[in-house]
Design a protein. Structure first.
Length: 229
């Protein structure tokens, strides 16, 4: 009888120990998980404030559309669209598909806060950068290049003509013009440069577009291109 009682007591103690170890205590100071922006090393947003609406994984690109509960939005919600990879007709179509479903974020002054489009690309034909710029302008977004991202070549052409744009942390925007290396416009030939000039004029107006084009031409012979950031 004593042995049975002792065995029962041991089982009871083991049960109590198991109950106390099932739910570990989480420190209130532990960092919250965040969703890293495509192409960035570590920049992102808290996952508990993000909702992913859709994403596309292509052979040479990736796009993603999320909404963010942003403190600037007194009404509505902020859209975050991300692009990383090669700029080509397929990837541009994917980017635009996400931007067809943008929400409205209205601040406390009743003003619309532009959706943010994060860009990370150093590949793509420069002329497609003009199409990228047209898409960014059509939807009135803010083009952003942030920590760890690079926006060069075609991406830089689109970035330059976005209505609102910003470079954060150590993000880089570089516009190349060396057409002989197939990584930019051939600024030695006026016919090759005319599409870019016209794009600047349409996007920024006659005065602003001309100034932007002349500034770009000063880097015509630079192997490093125009480091905009």
């Amino acid at each position: 009888m004593k042995r049975i009682f002792t065995l029962w007591l041991h089982l009871l103690l083991l049960g109590l120990v198991a109950c106390t170890t099932v739910s570990p205590i989480t420190s209130p100071f532990a960092p919250k998980p965040h969703q890293v922006v495509l192409g960035s090393n570590s920049f992102g947003f808290p996952q508990d404030k993000m909702t992913v609406l859709g994403s596309t994984q292509g052979q040479t690109f990736e796009t993603r559309h999320s909404t963010l509960r942003h403190e600037s939005c007194a009404k509505g919600i902020m859209d975050i669209v991300e692009f990383s990879g090669t700029i080509d007709p397929v990837s541009l179509q994917s980017l635009q598909a996400h931007m067809n479903n943008l929400s409205q974020c209205i601040n406390s002054q009743g003003q619309r806060m532009p959706p943010q489009v994060y860009l990370n690309s150093n590949a793509g034909k420069p002329l497609l950068g003009i199409e990228l710029g047209q898409v960014l302008g059509r939807y009135g977004v803010e083009a952003v290049v942030t920590e760890g991202q690079i926006c060069s070549g075609a991406c830089a052409v689109g970035f330059l003509t976005a209505r609102q744009r910003s470079v954060k942390s150590n993000g880089r925007v570089v516009l190349y013009f060396n057409g002989a290396k197939n990584n930019g416009f051939d600024c030695a030939r006026s016919n090759d440069m005319m599409p870019l000039k016209n794009h600047f004029l349409v996007a920024a107006g006659r005065t602003g577009g001309t100034a932007l084009y002349n500034q770009a031409l000063t880097y015509c012979n630079s192997d490093r291109g125009w480091e905009i950031s």
